[in-house]
Design a protein around this ligand. Structure first.
Ligand SMILES: Nc1nc2c(ncn2[C@@H]2O[C@H](COP(=O)(O)OP(=O)(O)OP(=O)(O)O)[C@@H](O)[C@H]2O)c(=O)[nH]1
Ligand SMILES: [Mg+2]
Length: 322
């Protein structure tokens, strides 16, 4: 399996905590999607002796229901039909395996691990519209990075709401990770500059920046994010090393149009899909990956600290089918 941390699986913190238990947790978090895809697939193939056009129509409907979106569903169906036509796929009971393989092929995977061992702190800017789960996810990321041995620093650049700063501080305390903040209404870029300064001085390996999802002034969110990026470079030229966009899986196909806006304005290096536990539409993972061509790096499958998982296409497909 590809590791974001560029480490061998063996001996990693993940393994120590028991891979099996974590997979079970992932499976549980994805149970609504699994019911929508896997159980319904079992139901439509039950007792069928061959793959008929009616069966494929039912499959198409099922994929739409799980929010794979139009183009991804069409692509999958086209490939299944080709397999049937070439007689590579005849037995309805083999449909599941075939789909698993096709879905895995669509999922965009990341090739480069994070370069966490450079001299400068590694800076991750977390963006997304309000309510998608940015702050919560940053808490979970801080926990993850800390457990992996990188001492993270959090930066509260969402200065729009007092509660936002406090919320990040609560996460910092819970996880045991420091938070750099300024007063309510401060210039987010100034908080970021401060944060990077502190990270360099205190030798933090990783900096995670929380941003607002909405602003009260006319000042455009995209412009503010661009300014944050410019100011970050003044302190650490390669920063932000990563820009992670958080998308709420329960918003389904809407997430894709949001992502396109952010991608054009600020550039996005990875996607975090949250709240997959709350939806049967987990198929959105596959369409987000296909439509945007940006790798999904993490998925959120619950509110607990361990409910953010590094995204592994193989594991994901297993969890929604088996
Ligand atoms: N079930 C579930 N809930 C989640 C997940 N991730 C985040 N949430 C919840 O989503 C809600 C919003 O999360 P926040 O982290 O405050 O979202 P935000 O993007 O920071 O919001 P703003 O700061 O307003 O822009 C909270 O109630 C979280 O507990 C997840 O993976 N599963
Ligand atoms: Mg927030």
């Amino acid at each position: 399996m590809f590791s974001l941390f560029g480490k061998k699986e063996k001996g990693s913190e993940e393994e120590k905590r028991g891979k099996k238990g974590l997979f079970e947790r992932l499976r549980q978090g994805l149970s609504k999607t699994r019911e929508a895809i896997s159980n319904n697939l079992d139901r439509i193939v039950l007792g069928k002796k061959e793959i008929t056009p009616e069966l494929l129509d039912q499959l198409e409907e099922l994929l739409y229901t799980a929010d794979l979106g139009v183009s991804t569903t069409e692509e999958l169906l086209k490939k299944v039909r080709e397999k049937v036509k070439r007689k590579e796929l005849e037995d309805p009971s083999k449909l599941k395996e075939a789909l698993k393989e096709l879905m895995r092929d669509i999922l965009v995977t990341r090739l480069q691990p994070l370069k966490l061992d450079s001299e400068d702190p590694f800076v991750i800017l977390v963006i997304g519209v309000n309510g998608v789960g940015k702050t919560t996810t940053i808490g979970k990321l801080a926990y993850y990075f800390k457990n992996e041995g990188y001492n993270p620093l959090l930066v509260a650049a969402d200065t729009f709401r007092a509660a936002a700063i406090e919320q990040l501080e609560v996460w910092g305390q819970r996880v045991g990770v420091p938070v750099i903040r300024q007063r309510l209404g401060a210039d987010p870029s100034a908080v970021v500059f401060d944060g990077l300064e502190a990270a360099v001085n205190r030798r933090h390996k990783v900096v995670i920046i929380d941003t607002a999802g909405r602003l009260h002034t006319k000042y455009n969110l995209m412009e503010e994010l661009q300014k944050i990026q410019r100011v970050a470079k003044k302190r650490i030229p390669a920063a932000p090393h990563e820009v992670w966009l958080v998308l709420d899986a329960t918003t389904g196909q809407n997430a894709i149009s949001q992502a396109k806006t952010f991608r054009e304005a600020v550039g996005v290096t990875g996607i975090i899909l949250t709240k997959l536990d709350g939806t049967a539409k987990g198929g959105v993972v596959i369409s987000v990956s296909k439509e945007l061509g940006i790798p999904i790096l993490w998925i959120g499958v619950g509110e607990g600290l361990e409910d953010l998982r590094p995204f592994d296409p193989k594991e994901f497909v297993e969890a929604i089918f088996d």
